[in-house]
Design a protein around this ligand. Structure first.
Ligand code: BMA
Length: 316
């Protein structure tokens, strides 16, 4: 039995696995949970981040507005399924991740600069006032994902260097920092290996600490004759040296199969940006962008996912 090391979330949203379903990750039956109807003047609300907050949950949501500008707004929920979003734009950019480190909620996102995208970092304690730090790197990079605690006394950030366009390549790297300002000791973590992720890979939700290592969900991109297909994979990174991949599934765990994942502004996209993980029960609720149009949820347990990764392990 694998164990999640982290907080208890007794009110984690949950639905049991459908009878007879064979795979380790199953979708919420009420998907999608957030659509453009959640906010006036939204074109689409998708790749978004959530965390437990107070007696409920808070989140930062990617809202592409009707001018098609990329904005980030805050939202709140009692049950992590039904969300109230605020109109106020906190930052411009996209693909937010949230991470609680030492009592502060850190946001990392794709920050927009005149020279291309980079990784913005800001923190808050109340989701109202934000303090923005220096960008974590120079352009061009995306998919910046912080670890929820220091490892060997250093903060860790997964990062995916890329180009200014729809990058036809992309490997995951890990950077270290003592102060969240100066980043260095850049380590290669992983590159695409199998067909389903052959074009590029990028970290997804904040890594989940387990007694077997860091559980990292990520997205992988396949290029077909019809364009990109984004699916979700999973790997386990070494606890103390997380640039070392201990286990990695050779196949996706969730791919665009439902209509709301296959049809939208960008068809065939499953893009995970957040996960709630309850250390008491081992339950995990994953939040992913569906077809760059809405937010959907899927469930798994730490046991099911780790078992599946090990049974289909490409690390021999
Ligand atoms: C990536 C990012 C994501 C998006 C995906 C599919 O490059 O821009 O925000 O979901 O493409 O369009």
């Amino acid at each position: 039995m694998a164990k999640i090391i982290g907080e208890k979330i007794p009110n984690i949203p949950w639905q049991d696995k459908p009878e007879g379903y064979q795979y380790p990750v199953w979708r919420y039956s009420g998907n999608p949970v957030i659509t453009r109807d959640n906010l006036y003047m939204a074109n689409s609300i998708f790749n978004s981040a959530v965390v437990p907050y107070g007696d409920g949950f808070a989140g930062v949501f990617r809202v592409d507005v009707m001018s098609r500008d990329h904005t980030l707004v805050v939202g709140y929920s009692k049950d992590a399924i039904h969300w109230e979003l605020e109109e106020k734009v906190i930052f411009r950019g996209y693909d937010p991740r949230l991470c609680l480190i030492d009592g502060k909620y850190y946001l990392s996102w794709v920050n927009l600069t005149p020279h291309g995208t980079t990784i913005g970092i800001a923190y808050t304690t109340d989701f109202k006032e934000w303090t923005q730090l220096e960008d974590a790197c120079y352009p061009v990079a995306r998919n910046g994902v912080l670890f929820p605690r220091k490892v060997n006394d250093e903060y860790l950030l997964l990062i995916r260097p890329c180009d200014r366009g729809h990058t036809p390549y992309g490997d995951i790297f890990l950077s270290h920092s003592k102060d969240l300002t100066y980043w260095g000791k850049h380590r290669f973590v992983m590159k695409p290996v199998k067909n389903w992720e052959m074009t590029k890979v990028g970290a997804g939700p904040t890594p989940i600490e387990t007694d077997e290592g860091w559980l990292m969900f990520y997205h992988g991109v396949l290029t077909s004759c019809n364009g990109f297909t984004y699916a979700m994979g999973a790997a386990i990174l070494d606890k103390d040296e997380p640039w070392k991949v201990l286990h990695r599934a050779d196949c996706f765990l969730l791919a665009p199969h439902e209509l709301y994942e296959c049809v939208g502004d960008v068809p065939n996209v499953v893009f995970p940006c957040a996960a709630l993980a309850d250390s008491e029960t081992g339950r995990i609720a994953i939040y992913y962008g569906a077809a760059d149009t809405s937010v959907a949820m899927a469930f798994t347990t730490v046991d099911e996912t780790i078992d599946f990764i090990k049974k289909n392990d490409l690390i021999k």
